[in-house]
Design a protein around this ligand. Sequence first.
Ligand code: SF4
Length: 441
Amino acid sequence: MSESFGQLFFIMKRIALHTLGCKLNFAETASIGKQFAGRGYHVVDLDEPADVVVINTCSVTERADRECRQLVRRALRHSPDAFVAVVGCYAQLQPAEIAAIPGVDLVLGTKEKLDVLRFLGEGGKRAEPEIAVSCIDQIHDATAASSAGYEGHTRAYLKVQDGCDFLCAFCTIPRARGGSRSLAADTILAGARDAAAHGYREIVLTGVNVGDYGTTETPDLLRLLQRLIDVDGVDRIRISSIEPNLLTDDLIDFWASQPRICNHWHIPLQSGSDAVLRGMRRRYRRDLYAERVAAIRSVAPNAGIGADVIVGFPGETDERFEETYEFLRDLPLSYLHVFPYSERPDTPAASFPGRVEPKIRTERSERLRALSARKRHLFAASFVGATVPVLFETDHGTGISSGLTEEYVRVRVQADSHLTNSIRRVRITDAADDTCTGNLE
Ligand code: SF4
């Protein structure tokens, strides 16, 4: 190390970032990191010494409080004098609880969370933690966020929308993030161009309820996609998730017809019992869901289609769970994300009758996860003999590289050269569990 570089490294301030929860949080944390990098900060891991620590929280997990305490303790072990900011969804919902955690200097809610730099001021630990949390009803704008340019990732997460108006009975997100609002298409297009300029081959459109996208000038997700596919340099566009009732025929047809839009559809289901869906205040019933999956398969037979499922929601009797199990078993899905229901304070469902014992929630989760493993394997095996484009993400250091197909299937190949962040065609020769193996063409 030269002396000047050594001195530079010595005086360079460091920021440690940690994200809990979803891809949207990840994009927002990355945006905070980029602001700090623009001020000369070096981004480090939470387990490295840092001058500033930012923890972006999630309100979905029931362990939010414990996780947050543990993370603050972990950060302070490595950096006892670091300025600690806790921001995001959980900070919005429980600011006083977070401010009471020893070592926390700043608590920022949904509106303020991207302004850590401004609140930091001259830095240094505070005698008393500062709390800045606006009332959620007063938030009408969506702030832009993107992980493009962030170190160590091959896919850029691009925020297109925030908040939700759907008010499902179990969900804290509308209270943590507010009502649905969308970013201007020009802002999103600029973000996509920026991702391409940073060398990203794939962008993932993220939001709380992406299918609800709409502004005065770009009224829905279909119109946004029609503009995004023309951005030069973006090879793949992936849509993180879409509610089944927002998946229109026009959107399905366009999505399936565009080679740049990944043939991967993540569609939350939550339950295969209409009685449970009604209790959850979901805006569709199981027939609509099955019909949407069939509509996708009719135009995109090889589509990767995944579902979120919550088990053990109040009122989910054994019969209703069996209904869900059989419904999912018979649907041509590629994978399931299974979540045992957890009571969240101040949600309507927390006081619903028909509580399901935690042990039963666990058993039901295990059954559905086993079903998901079988579906994943069958889906991966369906590609044996085919040649598919793979975006490589990881060199495993032993001549093995892996990446993802557009249908979200992991593929491993033996390769001498460095493949990360390149899209290469691979002939699939085998599938074990949920992973394919193959040869570069
Ligand atoms: S659609 Fe329902 S579960 Fe999803 S964010 Fe909105 S309220 Fe929550």
